[in-house]
Design a protein around this ligand. Structure first.
Ligand code: FAD
Length: 388
């Protein structure tokens, strides 16, 4: 497939290092050559492209921003560019990498014991072990503090009871990081596949993120060794720290989705003839394309500056919320406008735009909904919480 030429209206490539551009271009070509030829089939069949996992590992994408333990140790901007390129392929693929790296490897790296790190991180970086992150419950999504899942210490075991819902990679995972209340405090527990009392089943009937596994986890008197608790994950703030990592990746990732949609819509508009002229020659359609290009460019700048702040250790959680909130909204609107420009063809999976349109609904909602991020930024600006 010919190289993808992404919109770069303000020459932002000039603000990237040579290494960042090399990593970005390598992933870009991987997506063109290996992901795009198979992704519509997986989306149609509702399957995750598992055979891409070894290649994702070889490219260093799993836990790519972590140091040591076989991880690539990349900076935040390179990490973000990887997310952008993967999501140009499909939000499900980016979700897999986000969960594996940002939501399972990161907490093991940040809050785990040395034995837990040695056991899981190198194997997860190689893609030999898969992880999932179980925070959401059927009745507690935006408000995880209300979770009902409980861990009780009994002798040399923790016994877990509860249900987790909407868990990416759930039925594929070798290890589930389950958040549960131990007495009154939230703590993180590593539950291995095959542990008696632990089971997972997939949510059926999704119209979004179809090329991604989304599951319900059930824990019924599930007993795990004491050493499976993450020793430094004290309280809900540890889980929220993981989400902050993953949200940063989402802010970049959805720009990739918007770039794919913009590219397809522009190409279509230039070649589709209506009333004797290309669609692109009509003012109403140009307005849509200009809106998309402008908002994508603003989203790219937001990500890049957020990445540079992260490099300097200065990125605040509310800034990550603003970037996630804004860029998801931009990607959602780009997908809608792109779909419009493609007319009837926009609703078939012969084109990418419909798949991105459906996918972005999940991304808009998970890792904190648009509303919740709005309220986080609102609280940061005003000093007043409107969440509770
Ligand atoms: C495909 C997919 C994959 C996912 N993967 C994972 C995963 O791997 N791990 C995991 O733990 N979770 C995962 N989730 C769950 C996701 O994080 C939750 O769906 C999300 O946090 C929202 O929770 P909810 O669906 O229960 O919505 P609710 O919390 O019930 O919210 C419903 C509506 O009310 C609004 N709302 C809620 N509270 C407020 C408020 N205070 N003020 C104003 N409006 C409010 C919301 O914005 C939303 O519009 C996934 C979800 C999806 C769809």
């Amino acid at each position: 497939m010919k190289p993808f030429k992404a919109l770069d209206y303000f020459q932002l490539d000039g603000l990237l290092t040579e290494e960042e551009i090399l990593i970005r271009d390598t992933l870009r070509q991987f997506v063109s050559d290996k992901v795009l030829p198979v992704i519509e089939r997986h989306h149609r069949e509702g399957t995750f492209p598992r055979d891409l996992i070894p290649q994702l590992a070889d490219l260093g994408t799993l836990g790519s921003n972590l140091q040591g333990y076989g991880c690539a140790g990349l900076g935040p901007v390179a990490y973000g560019l990887i997310m952008q390129e993967l999501e140009r392929g499909d939000s499900g693929l980016r979700s897999f990498v986000s969960v594996q790296g940002g939501l399972v490897m990161y907490p093991i790296h940040a809050f785990g014991s040395e034995a837990q790190k040695e056991r899981w991180l190198p194997a997860m970086a190689r893609g030999e072990k898969i992880g999932c992150f179980g925070l959401t419950e059927p009745d507690y999504g935006s408000n995880p503090a209300g979770m009902l899942t409980r861990a009780v210490k009994k002798g040399d075991r923790y016994v877990l009871n509860g249900t987790k819902a909407w868990i990416t990679n759930g039925t594929m995972a070798d290890v589930a990081l389950v958040w549960a209340k131990l007495e009154r405090e939230v703590a993180g527990f590593l539950v291995e596949r095959g542990t008696p009392g632990f089971s997972a089943r997939d949510h059926e009937g999704k119209f979004s993120l179809r090329a991604s596994v989304t599951s319900e986890l059930a824990l019924q008197d599930c007993a795990i060794p004491l050493e499976n608790r993450l020793p430094k994950a004290d309280g809900l703030k540890a889980a929220l720290a993981c989400l902050n990592q993953a949200r940063y990746g989402i802010a970049w990732g959805v720009i990739g989705s918007a770039l794919a949609v913009f590219d397809e819509a522009l190409e279509y508009a230039k070649t589709r003839i209506v009333f004797g002229k290309p669609v692109a020659a009509f003012q109403l359609q140009q307005r849509k394309l200009v809106w998309m290009a402008t908002e994508i460019t603003k989203g790219q700048l937001l990500c890049l500056q957020l990445g540079r702040l992260k490099e300097a250790g200065k990125a605040a959680p509310a800034q990550v919320s603003m970037a996630k909130m804004n860029n998801c909204q931009v990607a959602r609107e780009c997908a809608r406008l792109g779909r419009e420009i493609l007319g009837a063809n926009g609703i078939t999976d012969e084109y990418q735009v419909g798949r991105h349109l459906c996918n972005i609904e999940s991304v808009y909602t998970y890792e904190g909904t648009h509303d919740i991020h709005t309220l986080i930024v609102g609280q940061d600006l005003t000093g007043l919480s409107a969440i509770l």
